[in-house]
Ligand binder design. Structure first.
Ligand SMILES: [Zn+2]
Length: 138
């Protein structure tokens, strides 16, 4: 028996191998993007993060320098949303992190209050410092 810590209420799995059920909740490692695509990966653990096709803009600024705006990402977890005043006004944003190595990568725009910023809603910012390009593209 071990007491679960208060800070991390993660379920410690679903017990042992329970027969031949088709449904397996175990996440082996990560989602993979189609290999033909140019992809961005986590610089720390090489999990795929986003396809180049999903890149919207390279002209964003993160806390550690340049950051890219993506339409969709994979292998990324999301923290609780909170309101923050950014350079472009008030937004509700949520921190996002790599699901494989738990490194904070950037944030997600949950809601933009300025109409000119609405296009960012539901989109993801990943800081360049946490990404590496895969497939040898330039
Ligand atoms: Zn990672």
């Amino acid at each position: 028996m071990w007491a679960a810590g208060a800070c991390c209420s993660r379920q410690a799995g679903e017990g042992g191998a329970g027969g031949a059920t088709a449904r397996t909740p175990v996440k082996t490692f990560q989602a993979y993007l189609p290999p033909a695509h140019r992809t961005y990966s986590c610089i720390h653990c090489r999990a795929h993060l986003a396809s180049h096709d999903e890149l919207i803009s390279k002209s964003f600024q993160g806390s550690q320098g340049r950051a890219y705006l993506f339409n969709s990402v994979v292998n990324v977890g999301c923290g609780p949303a909170e309101e923050r005043v950014l350079l472009t006004g008030l937004h509700a944003v949520a921190d996002i992190y790599c699901e494989c190595c738990k490194t904070m990568l950037g944030w997600k725009y949950e809601h933009a209050f300025e109409s000119s910023q609405k296009y960012k809603e539901g989109k993801f910012i990943i800081e360049l410092a946490h990404m590496v390009k895969e497939n040898g593209w330039d």
